[in-house]
Design a protein around this ligand. Sequence first.
Ligand code: LLP
Length: 415
Amino acid sequence: MHDFRYAGGVLCCEDVPLGRIAEAVGTPAYVYSKHTLQEHYRRLEEAFSGIPHLVCYSVKANSNLAVLAVLAAMGSGADIVSGGELYRALKAGIPAEKIVYAGIGKTEEEMAYALRQDILMFNVESETELLALDRVAGEQGKRARIALRINPDVDPLTHPYIATGMKEAKFGIDMEKALAVYQQAASLAHVEVLGVHQHIGSQITRVEPFRDSLEKTGEFVRRLHEHGIKVRFINIGGGFGIPYGGEEVPYPVDYARAMKPVLKEHRCTVILEIGRMIVGNAGVLLTKVLYRKRGGAKRFLVVDAAMNDLVRPSLYGSYHEIVPVEERERERETVDVVGPVCEAGDFLAKERAMPRVEEGELLAVMSAGAYGFVMSSNYNSRRRAAEVLVDGGDFAVVRERESLEDLVKGERILR
Ligand code: LLP
């Protein structure tokens, strides 16, 4: 579901016409719906009711403080991958005891910061990281709570750049080696083994990869218990897919149903590190058509958003639906929707059949709430877009468009 609908002939976010936002804030701008965020969070919570669970929203999907604060108020925890994300999560009011920290390259400085804040646990990805964490925790006279990220070796049936749970991936610890690493962890003075972590990939649109990987993880937990290592948390990672173009995808309840048998058997608290499913369809990228252009062989819509604003189409060939903000009868045409960046790979859509739009009109690039703004850059010295949060009939800028001054902040000319 989401709260972007046509009303009175114009596309609205909740009760706010997108044109009003463009007028007030300019374009390009990311627009998020508070109600959609809340509703997605609620559905996830409901789906896993009946088993002890903790939703740790995956901050990397959209780390705007206002978005984090909405989820914090719903009771969400956070899944973080850097000291920067920890800073944001805490600032937005997510309690440290609901924060889990993943990532294969945590620095000692980041570990120390997270230990000082007393986060729930670290998802450790290698033996050497384990030893480093033990050392850093020792320096603070603390014990670091951990889960080891194991690699269940299943194919998540998604884009190779976001498939993370297969043998050839850089993530996690190989299943066969994992028992030995757990035994080592259990013997360390400044480490407390609390759970098992897996994350098999992102934008997964089938329940089977989750069921299969969790069965393997469940089997592994059984082996751990046989060896006297008890875990209280199973972290199943994130990855629930969303519809980008009207396709059918499982609902949270479908995933929950497929996973409940294993989760019930182990009586562990399940941690869900969900990002995209909560925030993806809660946001659009609002952009204006600058020029219509006819190339040798193609028609182009040159818009004021580019790959630096939303890189997913260029990077993964991802599909984002693009719709005119004004609803009316229109001819259809096939166009490439491209941005102003000086790269042939700068496009938001290729060979897209869509309603004909004129210069000066507004377009909404749908499903851009996850991995949109967070992956944006200043390439071509483009200022990063504004971010807006809509709540019913109100909206507020929750991140200002960058200024020219922001662009050169911290730079120095040497004389
Ligand atoms: N947990 C871990 C350890 C992760 O690496 C990720 C995502 C998540 C949770 C959240 O996954 P989600 O529920 O959002 O699928 N930039 C790519 C997606 C990269 C995902 C990276 N890891 C994209 O635009 O599709």
